[in-house]
Write a protein that binds this ligand. Structure first.
Ligand code: SF4
Ligand code: SF4
Length: 386
């Protein structure tokens, strides 16, 4: 629609909370020179313990579930230092040394894409696609500091490597439908761990094949993943700001690996999401913090989309101590991947009438208002079902 400016990672709410320590040079620079209007709201959030507040607060901090969340988030933390890889790093740190004279291994791009996607799925991804990268989807400056590398804060993020493999992992429906209670955030944590494993293994595969790679997961991002996933044909953006995929709807988490291995890109898909969202509004009506717009899409930084109020959304996370997930759970596209739902999704791709009628059908069957369902027994918190 218009010119797009690269997003600054220093503005990411988690980066602000984690990397801006009161009294530090980063804190002074950000709140005095860049975004003075954010200082008060961030200070309040920091006092509450960060964007997630007191983990699991909505379920009385039920410790088994909170411990599942915390322990699975440790996996990306452990793998983060291995996100940027090339043949030299693979040769230096691998058990089986890559032989430099064999680098890089030449493959036909079609064949390379088939191998990479197949390997990603085998490693544990549920969806995989390939795209050419677009520098506009890369962050402009580094803002997240996880490993004491403070010299990186505020440094420009380089242009991306030319290709990306984008992967999605499925959030299980029986966990997501408990949103905003702790089983849904347990599922998020598990998926972040899974994505970190898949992308780290895949990045190392590229390195051993003689190429550069960057694993993008919860402890290392260079890009905005939703637009990258659209380019890789994994789905379309919904009103709630999540990517909606064909098989799992919005019940997914996204990850990516950038590489300079020549690959054959996939094409964006048309699932009929835009027309459906125009009539549906279910996420906007169910959002406990009223953060999802009810009107038309608007131009935001050069692209036409529904713009979430992230600040009020994160304030709600801070209250409940989970990542909420209500909008992901209530979305009609997030229904279980059963034959009947597959038929509905196929019909939506072809019929405008279906896009008008199905929002009402979904309300009739599943109800218009969101109510959390009972969790699986093993993750049941004491108050569940009361
Ligand atoms: S709940 Fe409805 S309006 Fe919201 S993203 Fe899903 S389909 Fe679109
Ligand atoms: S995560 Fe929750 S609070 Fe945030 S937009 Fe979705 S429903 Fe609203």
């Amino acid at each position: 629609v218009g010119p797009v400016a690269r997003f600054d990672e220093r503005d990411v709410v988690f980066a602000r909370n984690r990397s801006l320590r009161p009294g530090s040079r980063e804190y002074e620079h950000y709140y005095k020179e860049m975004r003075p209007e954010k200082e008060a709201v961030d200070a309040r959030r920091r006092e509450r313990g960060g964007p997630l507040g007191k983990p699991g607060a909505i379920d009385g901090g039920y410790r088994p579930n909170v411990a599942m969340l915390i322990s699975s988030f440790e996996v990306p933390n452990i793998l983060g230092p291995h996100a940027k890889l090339g043949p030299a790093q693979a040769a230096a740190s691998g058990t089986y040394k890559a032989r430099p004279e064999e680098n890089p291994q030449q493959l036909d791009p079609e064949r390379a894409s088939a191998i990479v996607k197949g390997w990603a799925l085998r490693l544990g991804a549920d969806l995989a696609g390939v795209c050419r990268t677009n520098a506009l989807w890369s962050y402009s400056h580094r803002g997240e500091i996880h490993y004491g590398n403070w010299e990186d804060w505020g440094q420009p993020v380089p242009d991306p490597l030319p290709y990306a493999v984008v992967i999605a992992t499925e959030m299980r429906e029986d966990m997501v439908r408990t949103a905003p209670h702790t089983p849904s955030v347990v599922e998020s944590g598990y998926n972040y761990a899974r994505g970190a494993f898949v992308t780290t293994a895949l990045a190392r595969w590229f390195a051993v094949m003689g190429y550069q790679a960057r694993a993008e997961h919860n402890r290392y991002y260079e890009s905005l993943l939703p637009p990258l996933a659209v380019d890789a044909g994994l789905g379309e953006m919904g009103r709630h700001g999540y990517l909606i995929s064909d098989k799992f709807g919005a019940r997914i988490r996204l990850f990516a690996v950038q590489t300079d291995m020549p690959l054959a890109p996939d094409k964006p898909v048309d699932l009929g999401v835009e027309a459906f969202c125009e009539r549906c509004l279910k996420c906007a009506e169910s959002c406990p913090s009223r953060s999802i717009p009810r009107g038309e899409r608007t131009e935001v930084n050069g692209t036409l989309r529904w713009k979430l109020n992230e600040e009020t959304c994160f304030d709600f996370w801070g209250k409940v101590g989970t990542d909420c997930c209500v909008c992901m759970a209530v979305c009609p596209f997030s229904r279980p991947n059963r034959p009947i739902h597959r038929i509905v999704r196929r019909t939506l791709q072809r019929s405008n009438l279906a896009r008008t009628v199905f929002p009402h059908v979904d309300n009739f069957i599943y109800g218009r208002k969101w109510r959390p369902r009972k969790p699986p027994e093993w993750v049941q918190y004491p108050q569940a079902g009361r």
